[in-house]
Design a protein around this ligand. Structure first.
Ligand SMILES: Nc1ncnc2c1ncn2[C@@H]1O[C@H](COP(=O)(O)OP(=O)(O)O)[C@@H](O)[C@H]1O
Ligand SMILES: [Mg+2]
Length: 329
């Protein structure tokens, strides 16, 4: 299951991603967490020490390896240079599975042991001022998009992405890559404005979007969120002293998280489970092709000097069967 946490900066994406990841890990659900936020704080929120060598290697820096591995023997992708972030898999491409060893996870993932369970952590790598709005930013998030487009994930294994709700994720199609998107919103006008913008983009693509209210203090806050987002409001999380202690560098045992907030995490898990029923690999594949053609036309063909539409394998549909049982089309 591919799950995204998006929202305004400071709304609590990283905090709620990390709590959800801890919840899954404690339930012994295999989970890969990916930090794709502008501010790379997911590792710290999972208790990883702050010094540089504790952080996972930047996926952005591993793009050549990622492309080379995923390309496999796909004859439609003539070189890694012609592979862009939206290049879809086809016959001969290598696909990724959560929990399987592969050179990409070997190079990019770090095992983080939690007090209850463990998680594989990957990260786009830090964004600098000069990355924003230019190619580097795109290629850093693009590494995640490539992996998601080559991932065959089953029902009881999770990829959780902590992500910025930026325009890049709309242009590339990244926002359509998830079984369920949790939009984290504080009960403020700015928080719900991001929701409305996201909803607008999501509408045409059948993106499953639920709002998680955060830092909700009382009935007024709840009523405000209900008014603003209606039935899209899934659950709310209140101010957490547990989170505050963690921020002070003194993480309590996860089981000591406030009961109401634990219940909220169970609700997220149930919503994610339920989203499996609406998974549609055919649509998933069609959308990645749609965004690939769009990116090819708007910049990819010019950048690579090739006709990137030729990378599309018309007969290929991604699905979760083990690679070995696939029949050539
Ligand atoms: N439910 C909560 N209870 C207490 N503190 C919270 C809660 N949610 C977020 N915070 C705090 O708010 C700040 C911003 O949260 P963060 O998760 O980093 O936001 P984002 O990733 O969306 O930018 C952090 O200091 C975090 O600890
Ligand atoms: Mg963050």
């Amino acid at each position: 299951m591919k799950i995204a946490f998006v929202g305004k900066g400071g709304s609590g994406k990283t905090t709620l991603s990390s709590l959800f990841v801890r919840h899954l890990a404690a339930a012994r659900v295999p989970v890969v967490a990916i930090d794709a936020d502008i501010n790379q704080h997911l590792g710290a929120a999972l208790g990883l020490a702050d010094h540089a060598d504790a952080a996972p290697p930047a996926m952005g820096a591993q793009l050549p390896l990622i492309k080379d591995y995923l390309r496999g023997t796909n004859p439609r992708i003539t070189s890694t240079d012609s592979m862009i972030k939206t290049t879809p898999p086809g016959e001969g491409s290598r696909l990724l599975r959560v929990g399987d060893g592969n050179p990409i996870f070997d190079a990019c993932a770090r095992l983080v042991r939690l007090d209850d369970g463990e998680v594989q952590l990957m990260a786009t790598g830090p964004f600098t001022e000069s990355d924003l709005g230019v190619a580097c930013y795109h290629s850093k998030v693009g590494a995640v998009e490539l992996c998601l487009n080559h991932l065959i994930d089953g029902r009881h294994e999770f990829i959780v992405v902590d992500m910025t709700a930026g325009s890049d994720s709309f242009a590339s199609g990244m926002f359509t890559r998830f079984d369920l998107t949790f939009l984290v919103a504080e009960p403020t006008r700015k928080g719900t404005a991001v929701y409305r913008q996201y909803k607008e983009y999501a509408r045409d693509f059948g993106v499953a979007l639920r709002v998680v209210g955060n830092k909700v203090q009382g009935p007024d806050d709840l009523a405000f969120l209900r008014d603003e987002v209606g039935d899209d409001l899934l659950v709310t999380v209140s101010h957490s002293d547990w989170v505050r202690s963690m921020e002070k560098g003194r993480p309590p045992q996860f089981e000591l998280l406030e009961e109401t907030n634990r219940q909220a995490l169970r609700t997220l898990h149930e919503a994610a489970d339920a989203a499996y029923e609406t998974r549609d690999w055919e649509r998933y594949t069609r959308q990645m092709v749609h965004f690939h053609l769009k990116n090819a036309e708007s910049w990819g063909n010019a950048r690579t000097g090739a006709d990137l539409a030729a990378q599309v394998d018309p007969a290929f549909i991604l699905d979760e069967r083990p690679v070995a049982t696939r029949q050539p089309a």
